[in-house]
Design a protein around this ligand. Sequence first.
Ligand SMILES: Cc1ncc(COP(=O)(O)O)c(C=O)c1O
Length: 356
Amino acid sequence: MKKHNYSAGPSILPQEVFEKASKAILDFNDSGLSILEISHRSKDFVAVMEEARSLALELLGLQGKGYQALFLQGGASTAFLMAPYNLMKENGKAAYLDSGTWATAAIKEAKLFGETVIVGSSKEENYNHIPKGYEIPSDADYFHCTSNNTIFGTQMKEFPATNIPVVCDMSSDIFSRDLDFSKFDLIYAGAQKNMGPAGTTLVVIKEEILEKNGRTIPSMLDYAKHIKGESMYNTPPVFAVYVSLLTLQWIKSKGGVAAIEKLNDAKADLLYTEIDRNPLFKGAAAVEDRSKMNVTFLLNNADHTATFDALWKEAGISGLPGHRSVGGYRASIYNAMPIESVQVLVDVMKALESKV
Ligand SMILES: Cc1ncc(COP(=O)(O)O)c(C=O)c1O
């Protein structure tokens, strides 16, 4: 039986994407070859890469606005260091918002390149909210933030207006909501949450901000080189890019990001309403900053843990335990999660209430 997969990443993808991807493993485009064995320079794969790059920009409303999309390797963790390498000047400085574990990891890398100013942090409250009321120094080379904090279940609802380039780690909410993406100069996202399998990272970058910091950058870490190589400077992760393309096509077929956002709003509303109604549970994150992708919640009485765990496992739910730094539960309700699966979880929460 197919499970209701609440895993934070790698995570659920649309069923039709799994089906198309498995067919392409056996025979890609009726070519008599598997997607796993064709050359990345073949006409068929070049077409995949071109469509994936262009569809990513189209879905974000950035087509023809001076942006480039790249499918790179090394995960979002490599983008943590590529951002400062490409944007921070020698003896320059960068401004960071510390909203969780991944933001902290990005800050650690930036410190290797120059002065790193932490403009706001919610560390003291175990990152249960998004820091607010901070000021961004206008002489910094860029401002970096994390739009959705996968571990803590918080999400930025507003982004600061600033005159310096804005860099955003959107790993866990890319393509989940409609924003004015032209406010961002560099967006990166590991594919393995809302876009595809692990193995590729989407980078969307405004070309004009590159090649200005005066550093000599090793080729594989140089965004400009990857743009010149049309995202094929070296052998790209062929299968991960192909499955990402299938997911982007699925998003488009659903009506694009704005239509997906409506579905995501309904799923999040269903689950948070139950968390707030059910006396056995409480949300982990500040209400105004609640994530619509990773819903973190706790049992008010830990004695009910074994009963609750047995109930959700019986219902075919997988991947619900929270990250060790928050505890409790985390329901990752990415784009591909159907509302019917969220209803199964809500029913289990109600079943616990009538049982104890
Ligand atoms: C928001 C965020 N940023 C970065 C990462 C790290 O991504 P990767 O494992 O692709 O390096 C994760 C992984 O969960 C994440 O959730």
